[in-house]
Design a protein around this ligand. Structure first.
Ligand SMILES: *Cc1c(COP(=O)(O)O)cnc(C)c1O
Length: 486
């Protein structure tokens, strides 16, 4: 394959090839030797590749198609909401007035920037019913951690002696991790036959030591926890707080308000629901919204508006403190703001409805071939099981690898853990009927190949830059180092 042979930029380097011109400076003091302590200067030039501009452009263009991304093709990675990221978001976020801002500017110089954040907070509050939001956390998982720290402050202030947070067995791995980082222990509540929280089991876990519950709504099976009012009532009876993992908001934003269901704290993954780019580890944003009696604990600074002037507000004596340098990932906040402004209220509702329709349509297309154990009430995603396929000799891992050869990203596999051979599929609203049809067709064809040509599935992927890895070896002997000599 040509693609795998694309030379790496460092190996292409040739002495004295120049791909750039630096503008001359009119500031004489910028001579590094005059402003940097001699002991801190390099004694050898940096090992940087020397390469021409067209070669650099080709290098990065080639790299950009080696990896799968949402601009390339369908990306049904369940729970991750890999929707299309409209380019207008990037256009606004890269506006010269935005990218040239310095985070230490005085409030009076950055009224526009503050206004964008303030408006975003208002939008999120309106859509969720929460009283105030902090935009600081830079991921859903960091938001969870912030939420847990706030729970801790709330209970300490009241003199409550609490030890446990309840989480369902279908929870995302970040939930128990945040609980432990937040100083609590987890208690696991079972699911019932409908894939929802088992209320009787929940009741049996309750005691004065319960600090609260973390719940994903709809849960990771894509199902609405329809007994949510009963659940929140039980937790509140013991002065516990309800934390909503809002990673699945694409299933209900604009249609249902988390605050009305009894949640006290909620995180939103802007990079999922509100179309800011993600994958590859960042950057993201995980704003945290809270009900009125928890506002005092929010991280500082918050944003204040008085007489049409915006300013940072550090006057929160009970705050958990600052949890990120400056104010989080500002460029991501601008993108989410642009997305919400572009869609408007009706657009957000339409987005949510379309996400639900797409998931249900795709489920219908494949459910004769792949079992869907908890099928009743699917919202924005569903979890199919490859149990029957495994009996015929092909694991869900092989199915996922095979989908790569069709040019798709694989769904999330082996999660949630209460479904054997799980394949969690989230198409999002961005996809056309044609894409969904073609993807369903690919899954059906793969199923046929289990009888006709199983070796092809076991060898997959063969069309990607990196072929099938020996997963055990890759895990044990992980090697991410690239050695080069210039
Ligand atoms: C993505 C996700 C998270 C974590 O969010 P990050 O922004 O990736 O840190 C938590 N819970 C669920 C259900 C998720 O899908």
């Amino acid at each position: 394959m040509k693609l795998t042979e694309t030379p790496i930029i460092f190996t292409q380097s040739k002495k004295n090839v120049c791909g750039f011109q630096l503008p001359s400076t009119c500031i004489p003091e910028l001579n590094p030797e005059s402003i940097i302590d001699q002991s801190m200067l390099r004694n050898k030039p940096a090992r940087l590749p020397e390469i021409s501009e067209p070669e650099v452009v080709r290098h990065f263009t080639n790299l950009s198609v080696k990896n799968h991304h949402v601009d390339k093709d369908f990306y049904p990675l369940g729970s991750c909401t890999m929707k299309y990221n409209p380019k207008i978001n990037d256009k606004l976020a890269s506006h010269s007035k935005i990218i040239s801002l310095h985070p230490d500017e005085k409030d009076s110089n950055i009224q526009g920037a503050l206004k964008i954040m303030y408006e975003l907070e208002i939008f999120l509050s309106k859509m969720t019913g929460m009283n105030r939001f902090t935009l600081q956390p830079t991921a859903g998982s960091q938001g969870e951690f912030v939420g847990l720290l706030m729970m801790q402050k709330y209970h300490r202030k009241k003199g409550n002696n609490k030890k446990y947070i309840i989480i369902p067995e279908t929870a995302h791995g970040t939930n128990p991790a945040s609980v432990v980082l937040g100083g609590y222990k987890t208690l696991q509540v079972q699911s019932n036959d409908n894939g929802r929280v088992d209320i009787e089991h929940l009741k049996s876990l309750m005691s004065d030591q319960i600090a609260g519950m973390m719940l994903t709504q709809p849960n990771t099976l894509g199902l609405f926890e329809d007994e949510i009012e009963e659940i929140t009532k039980i937790i509140h009876q013991y002065d516990g707080l309800m934390y909503m993992d809002g990673a699945n908001l694409n299933a209900l934003i604009g249609l249902v308000k988390p605050e009305k269901m009894g949640f006290d704290i909620l995180h939103i993954n802007l990079h999922k629901t509100f179309s800011t780019p993600h994958g590859g580890g960042g950057p993201g944003a995980g704003p945290i919204g809270v009900v009125e009696n928890l506002v005092e604990f929010l991280p500082i600074p918050m944003i204040k508006k008085v007489d049409d002037r915006y300013s940072w507000d550090f006057d929160y004596p009970n705050s958990i403190g600052q949890i990120h340098t400056f104010y989080g990932n500002y460029g991501i906040l601008v993108r989410a703001w642009a997305y919400i402004r572009t869609l408007g209220e009706e657009g957000v509702k339409q987005m949510t409805r379309q996400a639900i329709i797409n998931a249900n349509y795709l489920k219908k297309k494949i459910e004769d071939v792949y079992e869907v154990p908890f099928s009743e009430g699917t919202l924005h995603e569903f979890v199919a099981s490859g149990k029957a396929q495994k009996k015929r000799g092909i694991k869900v891992l092989d199915i996922a690898k095979s989908l790569l050869d069709y040019g798709y990203h694989a769904p999330t596999i082996y999660f949630p853990i209460n479904i054997p051979e799980a394949m969690m599929i989230e198409p999002t609203e961005s996809e056309t009927k044609e894409t969904l049809d073609a993807f369903a067709q690919a899954l059906i064809e793969i199923d046929k190949k289990i009888t006709e040509n199983p070796q092809e599935l076991l060898d997959a992927p063969i069309t990607t830059p990196v072929k099938r890895l020996n997963e055990t070896k890759a895990n044990r002997e992980l090697n991410l180092k690239f050695d080069y000599e210039i």
